[in-house]
Design a protein around this ligand. Structure first.
Ligand code: HEM
Length: 480
C-alpha cells in the first residue's frame, strides 16, 4: 500500500506525517471488509473527514458513525446507557485474552468492576505511581547513554517493554524483569497480528463459523496469561506489600478468574497504549526539527542537568503538548465501537437496536470542520491559550463519558516523564530504509517495527555527527 503523504514540506513547521491514501468515493461493502481486515485506517474516503454523521448497512448490521461534537455527546454521554456495550467485533477480538474484564464487559459486571478498578488508578495516586515511572525510565536512559552513537533498535518493542515494566512496578508493586517484559510485548504483538478483528460472524454469519488464526491467538494468549499468573501467584505468596493491585484482592469479591481478567485489562490497556503513543512521538520528533529543538529548550530550562520528577510535570507544558498532539494524530485506540441496546434517534436518523454505533477518533481528530490544518503536526495548538485548542467532544483519545479511560492521568504523566527523561540525553533518528505506515488492528501502530538510531544529545551540539532531523532518514515510501 502506498502512502500518499509522508514528510510533506520537509524541514519546516509545516510537517504532515503519513496517513493512508483516502479513496475519492465510498467503498463497496466487500472492499470495506477486505481493507478493514488488513488495516482499519484504509477504509476512509476523503469526505469522511467532513461528514458529521455516516450511516451504512454492512451485511446484516446497520453501522452509524457519530462524527460531530453533538452526536458524540449524544451517544457517549446523554444516551451512554444505551451505547455502553462494546461491539461484537471488539468483544470477540479481546475476550480470549481479557475474559469478562472491565474493557469488554457491560451491564452489572462492568459497573461492579469499574467501581473497583477506578480507585486503583485514581488521579490522586499519581505521586505514588510517579517514582516507579522515574526509576524505570531512568534505567533505560542509562542504557541508552551507554550505547555507541548510531546504534539501532526497534523503538516500538523498547517502548512496550518500558511501559510493561512501569505498570508492573507501579500498580503490581514488583519488578517484571526484562525477559517477562519482552515476553508480554512480543506475545501481544503476535496476538494483534493474528486476531480476526473484523470478524465477519459479527456482521451476520452464525457464531459457530470457525474464526481465522484461532491457534495462533490462543498461543499468544497462553504466553501472556503465564506471565500474569506468575505475578498473581507472587502477590498471593507474599505479605501485603502495599501494592495498589491488592485493592482488587480484598474481601474475595473477585474469584481467581475475575482477578486475572482485571489484571490482564490493567496490564494490557495500561502499557500498549502509552507505548504506541511514545513510539509515535519519537518518530514525529525525528521528522520535525523545530519541535525537537523547542522540546530540548524546555527540558534544559525546567530540568537543567537533572532527571524529571512528578513535581516537574506541570512545568513541562511543551512536552505535554507534544504528547497531546501525538495522541490527536495517532490515537492509540482510533475506533470506539458500541452496540445499541435499544432503538434510538441520532440527528433525526433512526438507529436500530443491535446497530454498531461508532465514534472514530481517527476521523474526529482530523476533521476539517473542527481543526485548522488537521493533518499537520503542530503541538502548539495544545499550549495554554492557543486559538487552535480543541472544541469539546472533538478530541477523545481517552474516550469520553462513563467508559472514559480510568488510566488517563497515569498514561499522560507516564508519557511526559518518559519523554522528558529520555529526550534530555538522547536523540532518535529513523533508521536507514525504515518505512513508517500507520496500521490499526486493535491499536494504532507505526507498522510492525520502528527501527531507529540513538544519538547522544551532546553530539547535537556539534561535537559528534548526529544527523540533523532535516538530513536524516526520510520516509522512503512513494507518495501517490
Ligand atoms: C496514552 C495512554 C492511553 C490511552 C490513549 C488510553 C485510551 C483508552 C480508551 C480510548 C479507552 C476506552 C475504549 C472504549 O471506550 O472503547 C480506554 C479504556 C481503558 N483504559 Fe486506557 N488509555 C491509556 C492508558 C491507560 C493506562 C495507563 C491504564 C491503566 C493503568 C488504562 C486502563 C484502561 C482501562 C482499565 C480501560 C477500560 C475502562 C472501561 O471500559 O470502563 N489506560 N483507554
Amino acid at each position: 500500500m502506498n502512502f500518499r503523504l509522508c514528510a510533506d514540506r520537509w524541514n519546516s513547521m509545516e510537517f504532515i506525517p503519513p496517513f493512508p491514501p483516502r479513496p475519492k468515493t465510498s467503498l463497496s461493502v466487500f472492499e470495506l471488509l477486505r481493507r478493514g481486515t488488513q488495516n482499519f485506517l484504509n477504509i476512509w474516503e476523503e469526505k469522511a473527514f467532513e461528514y458529521q454523521t455516516m450511516s451504512m448497512q454492512v451485511l446484516a448490521r446497520q453501522v452509524f458513525i457519530c462524527n460531530s461534537p453533538d452526536t458524540v455527546r449524544h451517544a457517549f454521554i446523554t444516551r451512554a446507557e444505551n451505547f455502553q456495550r462494546k461491539s461484537p467485533q471488539i468483544r470477540n477480538a479481546l475476550s480470549p485474552l481479557l475474559g469478562d474484564g472491565l474493557f469488554v464487559s457491560d451491564g452489572e459486571t462492568w459497573k461492579q468492576r469499574r467501581q473497583m478498578v477506578s480507585p486503583v488508578l485514581h488521579t490522586s495516586r499519581m505521586d505514588q505511581f510517579a517514582p516507579a515511572m522515574v526509576e524505570t525510565v531512568g534505567e533505560l536512559a542509562d542504557r541508552w547513554a551507554a550505547l555507541p552513537d548510531g546504534a539501532t533498535f526497534d523503538v516500538l518493542k523498547v517502548m512496550a517493554q518500558l511501559t510493561a515494566e512501569i505498570i508492573c512496578r507501579a500498580v503490581f508493586g514488583r519488578t517484571l524483569g526484562a525477559e517477562h517484559a519482552r515476553e508480554v510485548a512480543e506475545a501481544f504483538t503476535e496476538y494483534q497480528k493474528y486476531v480476526d478483528q473484523s470478524d465477519l460472524a459479527s456482521f451476520g454469519l452464525p457464531s459457530w463459523v470457525p474464526r481465522r488464526n484461532g491457534a495462533k491467538t490462543r498461543r499468544a494468549t497462553a504466553r501472556i496469561h503465564a506471565v500474569l499468573d506468575g505475578i498473581i501467584a507472587d502477590l498471593q505468596r507474599t505479605e501485603d506489600d502495599g501494592s495498589v493491585i491488592r485493592m482488587l484482592m480484598r474481601d474475595g469479591v473477585l474469584d481467581a478468574t475475575a482477578l486475572r481478567n482485571e489484571a490482564a485489562v490493567i496490564f494490557l490497556a495500561g502499557h500498549e497504549t502509552t507505548a504506541n503513543c511514545l513510539s509515535w512521538v519519537w518518530y514525529l520528533l525525528s521528522q520535525a526539527p523545530e519541535v525537537e529543538a523547542r522540546l530540548h529548550e524546555e527540558l534544559d530550562t525546567v530540568l537543567g542537568s537533572r532527571a524529571p520528577t512528578f513535581a516537574d510535570v506541570s512545568q513541562l507544558v511543551y512536552t505535554r503538548a507534544i504528547v497531546e498532539e501525538t495522541l490527536r494524530l495517532y490515537p492509540p485506540v482510533p475506533l470506539l465501537a458500541r452496540e445499541a441496546k435499544e432503538d434510538d434517534t441520532i440527528r433525526s436518523r433512526k438507529v436500530k437496536a443491535g446497530a454498531l454505533v461508532m465514534v472514530v477518533p481517527w476521523l474526529l481528530h482530523r476533521h476539517r470542520l473542527y481543526w485548522r490544518k488537521p493533518d499537520h503536526f503542530m503541538p502548539e495548538r495544545f499550549l495554554p491559550g492557543s486559538p487552535d485548542a480543541p472544541q469539546k467532544y472533538t478530541y477523545v483519545p481517552f474516550s469520553i463519558g462513563p467508559r472514559i479511560c480510568p488510566g488517563l492521568s497515569f498514561g499522560l504523566v507516564e508519557a511526559i516523564i518518559c519523554l522528558a527523561s529520555l529526550a534530555r540525553g538522547t536523540t532518535l533518528r529513523l533508521a536507514p530504509g525504515a518505512v513508517v505506515e500507520p496500521v490499526c488492528r486493535l491499536t494504532l501502530r507505526p507498522g510492525d517495527t520502528l527501527p531507529m538510531t540513538v544519538w547522544k544529545r551532546t553530539a547535537a551540539a556539534g561535537t559528534r555527527p548526529v544527523p540533523a532531523a532535516a538530513s536524516a532518514q526520510r520516509c522512503p515510501v512513494h507518495h501517490g
